[in-house]
Design a protein around this ligand. Structure first.
Ligand code: SF4
Length: 66
């Protein structure tokens, strides 16, 4: 499982961080991945579902999960 954040499109709203704080953090005006976010456990179904929800609520549609 890999997450891609398009830094140029990110609005820095923080919705992804609020939804999955273990995976995202805000660095200035853009979201970035935590260390855990760089190494997603494919077997963690709850986390995977949360990540997909974060991608859905991202107002800039800038998160790719897959
Ligand atoms: S929800 Fe989307 S636009 Fe908002 S901080 Fe996260 S990646 Fe950026």
């Amino acid at each position: 499982m890999k997450i891609d954040i398009n830094q140029e499109k990110c609005l820095g709203c923080g919705f992804c961080k609020e939804r999955v704080p273990s995976i995202f953090f805000l660095d200035g005006y853009a979201a970035r991945l935590t260390e855990l976010g760089e190494n997603i456990d494919d077997g963690n179904e709850i986390l995977i579902r949360q990540l997909k929800e974060a991608a859905e609520i991202c107002p800039a549609q800038t998160l790719k999960v897959g």
